[in-house]
Design a protein around this ligand. Structure first.
Ligand SMILES: *[C@@H]1O[C@H](CO)[C@@H](O)[C@H](O)[C@H]1NC(C)=O
Ligand SMILES: *[C@@H]1O[C@H](CO)[C@@H](O)[C@H](O)[C@H]1NC(C)=O
Ligand SMILES: *[C@@H]1O[C@H](CO)[C@@H](O)[C@H](O)[C@H]1NC(C)=O
Ligand SMILES: *[C@@H]1O[C@H](CO)[C@@H](O)[C@H](O)[C@H]1NC(C)=O
Ligand SMILES: *[C@H]1O[C@@H](CO)[C@H](O)[C@@H](O)[C@@H]1NC(C)=O
Length: 562
C-alpha cells in the first residue's frame, strides 16, 4: 500500500519540463515478466522495457538500420542508450547491441536523440546530443568502427567531441536533437532544436569537415510562442513526383519541409516552404502556420519523428514514436512501453499544400487471409461485421461512397479544433453525412470499440471533412488516456467517395484517411476485445445512406521482431 501511495506522489510531481520525466524509483526496475496481452504483433518494439524516439535511421550496404532511445533496465524513461536493430525489408528486425551509450565525459549523463548523415564515399556518421558532466546538452559525433561491416555493430565516439556546445546566451538545457546534415555551398549544414524564452528555434550550424562547426549568423527558422523545438527535421520534397530526395537536394522543382516536435503540446507540426540560400533561411509558404495551428503528420500518439532518404527505393521514409496511453504504473507492471509506428513513405501532395503518407509497401508481405466486401449499403444505425480475419491484428482498406451531400450538418466556424469537435460529436451522435467508418477492436456486444470514422459538414463555400479515431469507448479499463483524436481532411469530394486504411494491432490503431492525407494513431487497451475476441465492423450513424464500395481486409502475420 505504502509503495503504491508513494508512486502516485512521484507520478504527480512531474516538474515543469514534460520531455524527460524521471521516475527514479522505477527506471532501473527490471521487468519480472512481460505482459503479452496488449503487445503489438507487427509494430516495431524490443522484447521489453521503455522506448522513445527513433534515431538516425539509415540504409547501408543492403540493410536498413534503426536506432532508438531505449532504457535497458526498465519500463519508464531513464538510463537511455541508442539501441540498434537492422532489417532487410523494414518489417523483419534483428536486434544488435546498443550502438551508443554513456561512456565519455561529453555524454556521461545521457545519449539523447540525433540523426545520421551519409558522407561521400558511403560513410555514415551520427550526430547526437550528449549530456555532459555539467548537465549541458552538447552535440557529438560517432562513426562506425568498421565500414566493411554492413551491420555497423560498433561505433566510435572520437575524443575531439563535443563538436558543438551551447554558447553563453543559450539555455544549455534546451539545445538538442541535431538533424541529418545537408551539403550546400561547399559546406555541411545542420540544425539543432532550441528555444529562447517562448520562442522555438532551429539553430543553424555549418562545417567544411564535419568536425569544426560554426554557428550561422541567424537561425534557419524561429517562431514566437511555440516553446522548445525538439527533434527538428528538415528535408526536400519533389514538387512533381512521389520520389524521395536526398537531403542535400535543392533547386527548381523542390520544396522543403521543416518539422518540429513541440515539447509544450507533445505533438508535432510541419510547414512546407522554400529554403532560400541567399538569405540562408527557410521560409514557410504563405498561409502555413508554425506551431499548433499548423499541419501535422499524425493527429494522434505520434512524436519525435524522423525521416531518412532510402537510396534503394528512392523514397523518403518517416519513423515516429507512439507512446503509451496507460499509466506509468501499468507500464511498470507490463514491463514495456512505447512502439514505433509502421514506417511510412512520405511525399508532397500534388496541391503542394500538405504531405501525404502511406505505410511502406513491404508491410503488405505480412498480409495473410483476406476477406472482401463490395456494394454494402449502410443505413443510419447499421453496423455490419467483417468476419474471417484476425480482427486484433489486421490491415483494412475500404472505400465509402454516398449519393448526396444535402444532409451534411452545418459547420460552425468556431470549430477550429478537430479533436474538440470529435469529442463533441462521437460515433454515437447521429448526423447527416456520417459518422460512418470502421469499428475497430470491438467486443462481441460492443461494450468496447475504437471507431475510426468520417463526418462531413457544410460550410458556406465548401464541405469540411472530419476524420476521428476516438478512444472514448475503447476500453472498460480505468486510468487510461482516452482522447478523441481527429484531424480535418482537405479533399474536394467531387466523386462523393472517401477512403480509409487502418492498421489494427492489439493496442494500436493507425489510420490513413483519403490515401494518407490525414493520419491518426491511437493507443488503446481493450479488456474484452482482445486476441480472438476482437471484432471489426463497418458502421453508419448518419441519415444519408452510405455504400461500402469495396473493402479488403487481411489478417496480418507476425514478422521477426527483435
Ligand atoms: C570488419 O567487418 C568485416 C565484415 O563483417 C569482417 O570480415 C572484418 O573481420 C571486420 N574487421 C574487424 C577489424 O573487425
Ligand atoms: C532553460 O531550459 C530549461 C528546460 O527547458 C528550463 O527548465 C529553464 O527554466 C530554462 N532556463 C531559462 C533561464 O530560461
Ligand atoms: C449510433 O448512435 C446510436 C444513438 O446514439 C448509439 O446508440 C450507437 O451506439 C451509435 N453507434 C456507434 C457505433 O457509436
Ligand atoms: C476500391 O475501389 C477503388 C476504385 O473505386 C480502388 O481505387 C481501390 O483500390 C479499391 N480498394 C480496395 C480495397 O479494393
Ligand atoms: C503520451 O502519453 C499521454 C498520456 O499519458 C500524454 O498525454 C502525452 O503527452 C504523451 N505524449 C508524448 C509525446 O510524450
Amino acid at each position: 500500500m505504502r509503495s503504491i501511495l508513494s508512486l502516485f506522489i512521484i507520478l504527480n510531481n512531474n516538474g515543469v519540463e514534460a520531455s524527460h520525466k524521471v521516475y527514479q524509483k522505477f527506471q532501473s526496475l527490471s521487468a519480472v515478466k512481460v505482459d503479452q496481452l496488449h503487445r503489438t504483433g507487427f509494430h516495431f518494439q524490443p522484447p521489453k522495457n521503455w522506448i522513445n524516439d527513433p534515431n538516425g535511421p539509415l540504409y547501408y550496404k543492403g540493410l536498413y538500420h534503426l536506432f532508438y532511445q531505449y532504457n535497458p533496465k526498465g519500463a519508464v524513461w531513464g538510463n537511455i542508450v541508442w539501441a540498434h536493430s537492422v532489417s532487410k525489408d523494414l518489417i523483419n528486425w534483428e536486434p544488435l547491441d546498443p550502438a551508443i551509450y554513456p561512456s565519455k565525459p561529453f555524454d556521461i549523463n545521457g545519449c539523447w536523440s540525433g540523426s545520421a548523415t551519409i558522407l561521400p564515399g558511403n560513410k555514415p556518421i551520427i550526430l547526437y546530443t550528449g549530456i555532459d558532466p555539467d548537465n549541458r546538452q552538447v552535440q557529438n559525433y560517432a562513426i562506425p568502427a568498421n565500414l566493411s561491416d554492413p551491420y555497423l555493430r560498433e561505433w566510435i565516439k572520437p575524443d575531439d567531441n563535443p563538436i558543438v556546445v551551447p554558447t553563453n546566451d543559450m539555455n544549455a538545457s534546451a539545445f538538442r536533437d541535431p538533424t541529418t546534415a545537408w551539403f550546400t555551398d561547399g559546406h555541411w549544414q545542420m540544425v539543432v532544436g532550441g528555444r529562447r524564452k517562448r520562442r522555438g528555434i532551429a539553430h543553424l550550424y555549418r562545417s567544411k569537415d564535419f568536425k569544426y562547426w560554426v554557428k550561422a549568423k541567424h537561425p534557419l527558422h524561429t517562431s514566437q510562442n511555440t516553446g522548445m523545438w525538439e527533434c527538428p527535421d528538415f528535408y526536400p520534397v519533389s514538387m512533381s513526383s512521389k520520389i524521395g530526395l536526398d537531403t542535400s537536394v535543392n533547386g527548381q522543382n523542390v520544396k522543403h519541409v521543416l518539422k518540429v516536435s513541440l515539447d509544450l503540446t507533445r505533438y508535432e507540426y510541419y510547414t512546407i516552404g522554400t529554403y532560400n540560400l541567399d538569405l540562408d533561411r527557410y521560409i514557410p509558404d504563405s498561409g502555413l502556420k508554425d506551431g499548433w495551428t499548423g499541419l501535422r503528420y499524425d493527429y494522434g500518439n505520434f512524436y519525435a519523428s524522423k525521416t531518412f532518404y532510402d537510396p534503394l527505393k528512392h523514397r523518403r521514409i518517416l519513423w515516429g514514436w507512439a507512446n503509451e496511453s496507460d499509466a506509468q504504473l501499468d507500464d511498470v507492471k507490463k514491463g514495456w512501453a512505447g512502439i514505433q509506428t509502421i514506417p511510412r513513405k512520405v511525399w508532397l501532395d500534388p496541391s503542394g499544400k500538405q504531405l501525404v503518407q502511406w505505410p511502406v509497401e513491404e508491410l503488405e508481405s505480412l498480409r495473410g487471409n483476406k476477406v472482401e466486401k463490395s456494394n454494402v449499403k449502410l443505413k443510419k444505425g447499421d453496423h455490419v461485421e467483417v468476419e474471417g480475419i484476425t480482427a486484433a491484428q489486421a490491415d483494412v482498406e475500404v472505400t465509402f461512397s454516398f449519393q448526396s451531400l444535402d444532409k451534411a450538418e452545418e459547420f460552425d466556424p468556431s470549430w477550429s479544433n478537430a479533436k474538440d469537435l470529435c469529442g463533441q460529436k462521437g460515433s454515437n451522435v447521429q448526423g447527416g453525412v456520417g459518422p460512418f467508418g470502421l469499428l475497430t477492436l470491438a467486443s462481441q456486444n460492443l461494450e468496447e470499440f475504437t471507431p475510426v470514422f468520417f463526418r462531413i459538414f457544410k460550410a458556406p463555400t465548401k464541405h469540411v471533412v472530419l476524420l476521428c479515431s476516438d478512444a472514448t469507448s475503447s476500453s472498460l479499463g480505468e486510468k487510461l488516456y482516452k482522447p478523441s483524436f481527429a484531424g480535418f481532411v482537405d479533399v474536394k469530394l467531387d466523386n462523393k467517395k472517401l477512403s480509409l486504411r487502418s492498421l489494427i494491432d492489439h493496442s494500436v490503431v493507425e489510420s490513413f484517411g483519403e490515401g494518407g492525407k490525414t493520419c491518426i494513431t491511437s493507443r488503446v487497451y481493450p479488456t474484452l476485445a482482445v486476441l480472438d475476441n476482437a471484432h471489426l465492423h463497418l458502421f453508419n450513424n448518419g441519415s444519408e445512406t452510405i455504400t461500402v464500395e469495396n473493402l479488403s481486409a487481411w489478417s496480418m502475420n507476425r514478422p521477426l521482431m527483435n
